[in-house]
Design a protein around this ligand. Structure first.
Ligand SMILES: C[S@@+](CC[C@H](N)C(=O)[O-])C[C@H]1O[C@@H](n2cnc3c(N)ncnc32)[C@H](O)[C@@H]1O
Length: 267
């Protein structure tokens, strides 16, 4: 990845900035355990050389993980050009030949109808302004009988209005567009009406916000983040609200107030 100027770094979105400082290297919600659970539910081995689409792949760590485990052809897509550049470099370093990456918007997928055996997405479907539109896109690009597999964030319905409002504000700031974090019941309704068959929806709570960094790596990431916050006003303005929010709601964020759901179904 090429080194960016201070001005270019200041223009990065929060997810791209995290990728730039080496913080986007493991699953966002539920850690690798969540990924393994979802992969197991999919029974990928039962499909002969499946064609898989990984939506919102970031720097491609989950895409490469699936590519290295299964005889499949997998495409990772994401909005950000920096994350796709990193994803391609890392796939090249790992000598993986069954994985490709492209810049694309999940709201309007650049693939014909009936293209994929599996559409896979972690931490993306609940983080878009219009999940119903996105679910329709998954359905469109899946082959008949193709499988959908998503893992995403929900929050407890009994939380205070103040907390819910601030959470939605902060998550919208991180994502860079207005979104709403829904509760499990709301997802149940959306997914039951999504047009998929044989739906399974499960809720999980453990290791929700736990990223798989070694101690040394965590220190490096924190150092880089603080450095850029000190020298770069733009970055400081982008990250400060999230850090203030995390401090203010420390206790609420640690409880069972959030969880992640795993959703599978068939076209
Ligand atoms: C929370 S990260 C998830 C990354 C990875 N899937 C994981 O679980 O760790 C969300 C990713 O989705 C991407 N994204 C957000 N909106 C998108 C959209 N409309 N189309 C494609 N990617 C999008 C962001 O750029 C970001 O890399």
């Amino acid at each position: 990845m090429k080194k960016l100027s201070k001005e270019e770094i200041g223009k990065l979105g929060i997810y791209e900035f995290q990728a730039y400082i080496g913080a986007m290297t493991s699953p966002t919600f539920g850690g690798w355990k969540g990924t393994d659970t979802l992969i197991e539910l999919l029974k990928i081995k039962e499909i002969e050389k499946p064609k898989i689409l990984d939506v919102g792949c970031s720097t491609g760590y989950i895409t490469r993980y699936i590519a290295s485990k299964f005889d499949c052809e997998i495409i990772g897509i994401d909005l950000g050009d920096l994350v796709i550049e990193i994803a391609r470099e890392e796939a090249h370093k790992s000598n993986l030949t069954n994985v490709t990456f492209q810049i694309a918007n999940v709201e309007s997928l650049p693939f014909p109808d009936n293209s994929f055996d599996i559409v896979y997405g972690e931490a993306i479907t609940a983080l878009v302004p219009n999940p119903i539109k996105v679910l329709n896109e998954y359905l469109r690009v899946l082959k008949p009988n193709g499988k959908i597999a998503t893992l995403d964030l929900f929050m407890n319905e009994s939380l205070s209005d103040e907390f819910m409002e601030e959470t939605n504000e902060i998550m919208s700031n991180v994502i860079g567009t207005q979104i709403k974090i829904r509760n499990f019941q709301e997802w149940e309704q959306i997914l039951n009406e999504s047009g998929f068959n044989d739906i399974k929806l499960l809720d999980y709570y453990d290791d929700l916000f736990k990223r798989a960094y070694s101690f040394g790596k965590l220190v490096k990431i924190i150092f880089k983040m603080l450095y850029h916050m000190i020298v770069n006003k733009e970055i400081r303005h982008k990250l400060s609200p999230t850090l203030k929010f995390a401090r203010k709601f420390q206790k609420v964020l640690k409880g069972d107030n959030f969880g992640y759901f795993i959703f599978t179904g068939l076209k």
